[in-house]
Design a protein around this ligand. Structure first.
Ligand code: GDP
Ligand code: IMO
Ligand code: MG
Length: 423
């Protein structure tokens, strides 16, 4: 069997967690391939909300194994907290959770470095989640990182010390006021390492290879979104990993020809948290309403998410980069009640109308060109079948399908597992 991918097409928080949970019954293995605890994936079922940061969103199902792949960066302290929460809910994760030996570890000093670097940037800060993601991937590519497999070996604590000392010098170099008590942070870190060691570490590329060979069905769960990709996102306001389809190949060790479907997930409007350009951002009542009705606050940091109209130029770009075969449109319910909906179908860029994403999409270069559509008034949240959807929503969907030349197979009408309409 092959591997399907589920990827966010915007700036993250496209409701990936919800849909991975919904789809898990169709898969044997759910695998995260990049990012780390900067992610916050929300699942809602049986009236309860769960937020996962590093652990794949299939963990609540008995039928599936969950893998944290080599491309992920793990903070043992946050990981332990996630495990404790699962334990408290009676989830028996020990059988169903595997970790790649090649995944890199986020050290306490990576987090501190992230904070120092952001503070030093001042107004130019990225708006990082401050989970140490950037510094950890820097150590990975700089060939200094510490991996999960290292903690099974003798002598890794010496390497840890050397690296932490170097980080302390780097923090001092930033010359900003960062208060910290490293001893306490390290005690917490080494305690969490012991918890991590109770889990099953594997050579995950071999495991995934065999799973494919044995006909197992695999879903790779993306984190962040395509416009936060280190290569293809709105650099430098991006994360430090490849969030796009190719990231699943390097982050799990799967060959490109083993990928079958690529599910591209997007909100019916757009949100972004953190700094960086956002051409269709709204600063008016409409944006405020989207944020309020959609409860647009970060699942990891609680920060308010910026809101705006759907940007088809950016969405088309994300579909191209990922090779999306099926689309999933989320939070359609949040758009109920607007008289008119706008969709950005082109940009005015240096006096010209363009329909591709240019190198620079900062506000001073771009004016979005909108197509207007009639909104709908109906509350969608109780709807269970495509035939119940209002005509105006169907028109919105068909307009997008035609523009993106890709079918929209799922329309989501609320946060719960059940509020999912298959088309
Ligand atoms: P992820 O990071 O892509 O998994 O998304 P987040 O969990 O960060 O953010 C998505 C938010 O939208 C969460 O609070 C979900 O519970 C919620 N959500 C998911 N689907 C829907 C939907 O169709 N409608 C509404 N109103 N909320 C949704
Ligand atoms: P999920 O998986 C939304 C954003 C941050 C910041 C930038 C860099 O829940 O969709 P980092 O911590 O990676 O150095 O932050 O990326 N960001 C996200 N935004 N959803 C996420 O994850 C994000 N992970 C990082 O806000 O702008
Ligand atoms: Mg999120």
């Amino acid at each position: 069997m092959a591997v399907d991918l589920l990827l966010g097409l915007q700036w993250g928080d496209e409701c990936k967690g919800k849909i991975v949970d919904v789809l898990t019954s169709n898969y044997n293995l759910i695998a995260r391939f990049q990012g780390g605890p900067n992610a916050g994936h929300t699942l809602v079922f049986n009236g309860k909300k769960h937020v996962l940061h590093t652990i794949p969103s299939g963990i609540f199902h008995d039928n599936a194994t969950n893998l944290v792949g080599n491309g992920v960066v793990i903070d043992p302290v946050i990981f332990k907290k996630e495990l404790d929460k699962l334990e408290a809910q009676g989830v028996d994760y020990r059988k169903s959770l595997l970790i790649s030996r090649k995944a890199h570890l986020i050290l306490p000093t990576h987090r501190l470095l992230d904070a120092a670097s952001e503070t030093a940037k001042g107004k130019a800060k990225i708006g990082s989640t401050l989970k140490g993601i950037g510094p950890t991937y820097m150590d990975k590519t700089g060939r200094n990182g510490i991996r999960v497999g290292d903690i099974e070996l003798d002598g890794w604590k010496q390497r840890y010390r050397t690296l932490a000392n170097k980080h302390e010098a780097m923090i001092a170099f930033h010359n900003v006021d960062i208060q910290y008590e490293l001893k306490e942070l390290e005690a917490e870190f080494f305690d969490a390492i012991e918890t991590l060691k109770e889990l099953t570490f594997i050579d995950s590329e071999e495991y995934v290879f065999q799973a494919i060979k044995d006909g197992k069905s695999i879903l790779a769960e993306g984190a962040q979104g395509s416009l936060l990709d280190i290569d293809f996102g709105t650099y430098p306001f991006v994360t430090s990993s490849n969030t796009t389809a190719a990231g699943a190949c390097t982050g799990l060790g799967i060959a490109p020809n083993k990928i079958a479907d690529v599910f591209g997930i997007f909100k019916a409007y757009t949100t972004r948290v953190g700094s960086g350009p956002f051409p269709t951002e709204l600063f008016d009542d409409i944006g405020e309403t989207m944020g309020r009705v959609g409860h647009e606050f970060g699942a990891t940091t609680g920060r308010r998410r910026r809101c705006g109209w759907l940007d088809l130029v950016a969405l088309k770009y994300a579909c191209q980069v990922n090779g999306v075969t099926q689309l999933m449109m989320m939070k359609a319910d949040v758009l109920s009640g607007f008289d008119t909906l706008k969709i950005c179908t082109a940009y005015e860029y240096k006096g010209e109308r363009i329909t591709h994403l240019p190198y620079n999409i900062e506000a001073e270069n771009i004016t979005p060109i909108y197509t207007e559509m009639k909104g709908w008034k109906e509350n969608l949240t109780e709807m269970e079948d495509g035939s119940q959807l209002p005509q105006e929503l169907n028109d919105y969907i068909v307009f997008l399908e035609n523009a993106l030349e890709t079918p929209i197979k799922i329309v989501s009408v609320g946060p719960d597992r059940k509020q999912t309409i298959f088309r």
